[in-house]
Ligand binder design. Structure first.
Ligand SMILES: Cc1cc2nc3c(=O)[nH]c(=O)nc-3n(C[C@H](O)[C@H](O)[C@H](O)COP(=O)(O)OP(=O)(O)OC[C@H]3O[C@@H](n4cnc5c(N)ncnc54)[C@H](O)[C@@H]3O)c2cc1C
Length: 388
């Protein structure tokens, strides 16, 4: 029998391999990644400074350990160039040149890539991202011996990076087009509580504006904003959102919507080809978080081994790692609704409510995060989280 092949060694790919191996000790599993295969926990990338962890200390298992513990074959620095869905075969380009690899089942776990921003200027290539361990090596090298960092994007990753940098005495500038931090996930009251919670003088938040140009000047990078202001910093980090990695799937005839389109069994439109994690769009829902990928991997392992299992997501709570302003968000799968907020001084409970009064999601902050389980139960009672 041909092996099960997993493209991608992030949380989605490795959890799928682990779940399959738990259920079947013998089936051959191959994991392919365009980066170094290793196990690390991506959420730690935005709190590693506070954890006082070096890049090496973030690696939980090397490729050798994974091969040994999970009895899998890994291919690092190997790019999948094409999927032949008729012959069930991949064309890969790796350290040993071009190669064909056959599969019985194929799992696409290729994650998402940072959005390309329309920024001009001779320092454009100096902008770094933090979306993989390889990125993080560069980020840590850049911030070494520097003190001023500008972050493009005040979404949850941008806010977490800002919090982590400030915890290590960096000064951060945060730039975002939206009106308040994390606008797509939390109401204004909670968004505004984030900058207020940062130590005095540690950060400057430039909202309602964007970065248009970055240019080199002596020892600094001059960042020009659309509101006409200029900020001089040492390092510029982009945390301005991710787009699912779909090109390979699209070029191989696999249906792509916003992400790689799958149903509640994680099946694409092609038999024996599945998608999971940040590259997948599950029945029209895009859920780029750890917990949906974990639940997906558990269901998918059973399905691949012959026991078709629907994905069930009991809760979508995401803890936002801002040390001065703890927040828990359960994102709504539906975009239309309104925030109903109670509380004050950084301690808020916000329900995202549909027209019929049903709770679609929630955001809680400060001392109110202890109410997480009660709100999660309200969501489950309103049946808003499970229906994918
Ligand atoms: C800084 C940061 C902090 C975060 N914190 C949280 C958090 O606190 N809570 C939470 O729920 N979520 C968090 N997230 C999101 C969460 O980490 C992701 O949803 C999750 O890690 C995605 O896993 P994945 O396996 O889908 O993708 P990835 O981890 O991105 O893995 C993709 C893999 O695919 C490989 N690949 C891609 N294309 C190819 C190709 N053509 N050929 C071969 N290999 C390929 C890559 O090399 C990589 O190994 C955070 C994200 C970031 C960036």
């Amino acid at each position: 029998m041909k092996p099960i092949v997993i493209i991608g060694s992030g949380h989605g790919g490795l959890t799928t391999a682990r779940e399959i191996r738990q259920l079947d000790k013998n089936i051959e599993i191959i994991i392919i990644s365009k980066e170094q295969v290793c196990a690390y926990y991506k959420p730690n990338l935005s709190k590693a400074l506070a954890m006082k962890k070096s890049v090496d200390q973030l690696v939980m298992k090397t490729a050798d350990r994974l091969e040994n513990d999970l009895d899998v074959i890994t291919y690092s620095y190997t790019n999948v160039a094409h999927i032949d869905t008729k012959e069930n075969e991949l064309c890969v380009m790796g350290l040993e040149g071009e190669q064909k690899i056959g599969y019985s089942s194929l799992v696409l776990a290729m994650g998402a890539s940072p959005n390309n921003l329309p920024i001009i200027g001779d320092a454009k290539d100096e902008i770094v991202t933090v979306n993989s361990l390889d990125d993080y090596v560069i980020f840590r090298e850049k911030i070494k011996n520097n003190t001023r960092v500008l972050i493009i994007g005040a979404g949850f990753v941008g806010c977490e990076l800002a919090s982590d940098l400030v915890s290590s005495q960096y000064h951060v500038d945060i730039v975002d087009l939206s009106q308040w931090p994390m606008q797509r996930m939390v109401p204004k009251e909670i968004g505004d509580a984030i900058p207020s919670s940062f130590p005095n003088g540690s950060s400057k938040w430039h909202m309602n504006t964007s970065v248009v140009k970055v240019s080199k000047s002596d020892d600094a990078i001059d960042v020009h904003l659309s509101n006409g202001k200029k900020v001089s910093v040492d390092v510029v980090v982009s945390a301005a959102g991710l787009s699912p990695n779909c090109d390979l799937a699209f070029d191989s005839g696999i249906k792509v919507c916003g992400g790689i389109g799958v149903d509640e069994y994680l099946r694409t439109n092609i038999e024996n080809v599945y998608a999971i994690g940040d590259c997948a769009e599950i029945n029209g829902n895009y859920l780029p978080f750890i917990s949906p990928a974990t639940h997906s991997a558990k269901a998918l392992a059973k399905t691949i081994l012959g026991n078709s299992t629907k994905l069930q997501i009991p809760g979508l709570d995401v803890a936002i790692k801002i040390s001065t302003c703890p927040i828990v968000v359960s994102p709504s799968l539906k975009k239309t609704g309104r925030w109903v907020t109670t509380g004050k001084e950084g301690n808020f409970i916000s329900r995202f409510v549909a027209d019929d009064g049903g709770i679609l999601g929630f955001a809680i902050s400060g001392l109110m995060i202890t109410h997480k389980n009660t709100l999660a139960q309200e969501c489950i009672a309103a049946n808003s989280l499970k229906t994918l």
